[in-house]
Design a protein around this ligand. Structure first.
Ligand code: NAD
Ligand code: IPM
Ligand code: MN
Length: 354
């Protein structure tokens, strides 16, 4: 039986709780599809940092880069570490150092009751549980550049932060979005920037036109990020693939999550084809929920599905998504989705559907 070696960083707050609940669900899905996961638990996070002063040591980084098939992360962020330096080193550090330039964040309505939009489930023909959901798009967030590089300096009374946009970096994320659309039968790619106010974003316009011309069967459209935010709330069902920079993608992913049920269900994958990927829910450590046993494990389970897909087990991924839909439809939900289930009860309900 194929065994995948997977590093697990539960991290902080609700991170370890949702990971502990999700791993048995992933084990069961894997077993049903003829493979296994050897989970290797790593201690990195706020506790470890406060105890040892270590965020992600070099040897630990090399191990993650060279020795495992995937990295599975809960969440990083702790109020005792006010500048979040451990999360910066571990999460952003891995994204940058592994050059995981694609942050892939699907937004899919799993059940009509999950969207807060007024028209949903009603007149606009949004779906019932077993149909293809009417809100179904993917955000391709650039993950290695932009303001996130942290190039800052002090000039007089100003704190100056540089936003980095390179030809190579912008080109490759736009190309990844088109290639994915092409491979998955999608016909529309929307690129969002702020080139009307930020001259450096004209680079996004040029690269977008350049890449789009190689995909004549895919409609390419542009939106300014502010207008896109509005349109996503008004007509989310018209979008298929959205590609944008690091910061805008971060913001849009929480907005997208809110359109389909919230951060409790939003999954993400940090990818560079051919390299070890890093898989994490979109949500953070939600410190106020830590220890309350009410965190939603769905985002983590669906993140596991993205990981299985990358590891070559697409059927196991589909099975997990189907099981999540059925558990939600059956009403076994944590409080963020209007239910009363605990973290472990919600995970067990998914497992039972596999
Ligand atoms: P957050 O995503 O942790 O939580 C925001 C709110 O979303 C929570 O108060 C809660 O109401 C809800 N929520 C999130 N996940 C949930 C779940 N699984 N189940 C139920 N409800 C859920 O965002 P925040 O409060 O802004 O950040 C907290 C910490 O997490 C900060 O330190 C931040 O930097 C960090 N963070 C880490 C990651 C990551 O590790 N990938 C992502 C985002 C934020
Ligand atoms: C995310 C998070 C991170 C980000 C934080 C914790 C640095 O919000 O993964 O969306 O901004 O990328
Ligand atoms: Mn975010």
């Amino acid at each position: 039986m194929k065994q995948h070696r997977i590093a697990v960083i539960g991290g902080d707050g609700i991170g370890p709780e949702v990971v502990d609940a999700a791993l048995p669900v992933l084990d069961r899905a894997a077993a049903r599809h003829g493979f296994g996961c050897a989970w290797e638990q790593l201690p990195y996070g706020a506790d470890h940092y406060l105890k040892t002063g270590e965020t992600l040591p070099d040897a630990g980084f090399r191990h993650l880069r060279d020795d495992v098939d995937a990295i599975f992360v809960g969440a990083l962020g702790d109020p005792r570490v006010p500048e979040n330096e451990h999360a910066r080193d571990i999460l952003l550090g891995l994204r940058f150092r592994l050059d995981l330039y694609i942050n892939f964040r699907p937004v899919t309505l799993l059940h009509p009751s999950l969207t807060p939009l007024r028209s949903a489930g009603g007149t606009q023909g949004l779906s019932t549980a077993d149909e293809t959901p009417a809100i179904d798009f993917v955000i391709f967030r650039e993950n290695t550049e932009g303001l996130y590089l942290g190039r800052t300096r002090t000039e007089g009374d100003a704190e100056v932060a540089e936003e980095v946009n390179t030809h190579r970096g912008v080109h490759r994320i736009i190309r990844a979005a088109f290639e994915w659309a092409d491979a998955h039968g999608r016909t529309l790619v929307t690129m969002a920037d702020k080139s009307n106010a930020i001259p450096a974003h004209r680079l996004w316009q040029r690269e977008f036109h350049d890449v789009a011309s190689a995909f004549p069967n895919i409609q390419a459209e542009h939106r300014y990020i502010d207008a896109l935010a509005m349109e996503l709330v008004r007509r989310p069902e018209r979008f298929q693939v959205i590609v944008t920079n690091n910061l805008f993608g971060d913001i849009l992913s929480d907005l997208g999550a809110a359109l389909v049920g919230g951060l409790g269900i939003a999954a993400s994958a940090n990818l560079h084809p051919g390299r070890t990927g890093l898989f994490e829910p979109v949500h953070g450590s939600a410190p106020r929920h830590a220890g309350r046993r009410d965190a939603n494990p769905v985002a983590t389970v669906l993140t596991g599905a993205l990981m299985f897909e990358q590891l070559g087990h697409a059927e196991a991924a589909r099975d997990l998504e189907r099981a999540v839909r059925h558990a939600i439809a059956a009403g076994i939900r944590t409080p963020d989705l209007g239910g009363r289930a605990t973290t472990t009860e919600a995970a067990a309900a998914i497992s039972a559907q596999l």
